[in-house]
Design a protein around this ligand. Sequence first.
Ligand SMILES: NC(=O)c1ccc[n+]([C@@H]2O[C@H](COP(=O)([O-])OP(=O)(O)OC[C@H]3O[C@@H](n4cnc5c(N)ncnc54)[C@H](O)[C@@H]3O)[C@@H](O)[C@H]2O)c1
Ligand SMILES: CC(C)(O)[C@@H](O)C(=O)O
Ligand SMILES: [Mg+2]
Ligand SMILES: [Mg+2]
Length: 348
Amino acid sequence: MAKMNFGGVEESVVTRDEFPLAKAQETLKDEVIAVIGYGVQGPGQALNLRDNGINVIVGQRKPSKSYDKAIEDGFVPGETLFSIEEALEKGTIIMYLLSDAAQIELWPTVKEKLTPGKALYFSHGFGITYNDQTNIIPPEGVDVILVAPKGSGTSLRRFFLEGRGLNSSFAIHQDATGKARDRVVALGIAVGSGYLFETTFKREVYSDLTGERGSLMGAIQGLFEAQYNVLRKNGHSPSEAFNETVEELTQSLMPLVAENGMDWMYANCSTTAQRGALDWKDKFRDAVAPVFEDLYASVASGKEAKLSIDSNSQPDYREKLEVELAELHDSELWQAGKQVRKLRPENA
Ligand SMILES: NC(=O)c1ccc[n+]([C@@H]2O[C@H](COP(=O)([O-])OP(=O)(O)OC[C@H]3O[C@@H](n4cnc5c(N)ncnc54)[C@H](O)[C@@H]3O)[C@@H](O)[C@H]2O)c1
Ligand SMILES: CC(C)(O)[C@@H](O)C(=O)O
Ligand SMILES: [Mg+2]
Ligand SMILES: [Mg+2]
């Protein structure tokens, strides 16, 4: 663990320097990692583990698109690709990467295969933290650990192939074997994390549910729509409104923020823009702060978990999500964006 100063607060993090891949490989050399669920995180983590020389198998129901994808990705039925039950039997570390709602349904099947000495691994604190709703209460004899990549499983895999890494949080809920910390850190490195910061299952899920409903996905779409609609209401064309709301942000300005922070991005814009942004940033902050307070309260109360479980446990949850995603896709804003993307020089 390395001690580092984050904005004046000292935190402990694990970098690849003090836990190199070779150490992760040595730690996991006698383990069979069973990845249960091959949706978004499953492929990212399973393929990175396999490329890092870790003994990984996949458990996935069939017929399913995910099962077919696992075959396309080179997992071999009967050798490295099994039914969920078979993979649970063979695995010494069970990576529970079904959807959060599906984890509830499959829990009785998983629980009975968690024999003493095994480890149960999550990439979200959801199932354990809200166990009053999920009933996911692991038996005492197993390690219960978490590595939560702070990003999409699709990015986790792309970054790995580019020689980069996504940061991940890690947590230990139960250390039955005395090996939980070594197991969780080794897995965090082997699945392709850039660096690992320690958290708890509860803090991970509270922050994660807040982030994805807030700045990362929900609030950002709301902000885009609000500005786009005002520009269009005042006579600006779709391409002008989309460029000023989304395209410039993703193509020019956010990469500058990622490179060196917000002040660096501001400093690389005009003084006119800097003055205006500094004058208006607090107005927007104060306008949305109450919404974020409500959001966090809804997460902490378990209300957001219930909404997600009730919706995503429905047999047609996927179809319903796809209808709402299609509404986004078909909106004028994102149709304008589709056309703008085509005009990028690299797409010409
Ligand atoms: N999506 C991400 O990039 C991401 C990022 C960080 C953490 N996580 C966490 O990782 C875990 C997996 O997330 P995901 O987005 O990969 O999941 P997902 O929603 O893509 O589902 C994963 C798999 O579950 C299977 N599944 C769904 N319902 C099932 C059922 N009733 N019975 C059997 N299988 C079923 C699907 O076929 C799919 O292969 C979750 O805990 C999630 O919160 C996801
Ligand atoms: C990729 C996210 C949003 O960070 C993850 O938390 C998820 O639930 O998919
Ligand atoms: Mg997240
Ligand atoms: Mg999440």
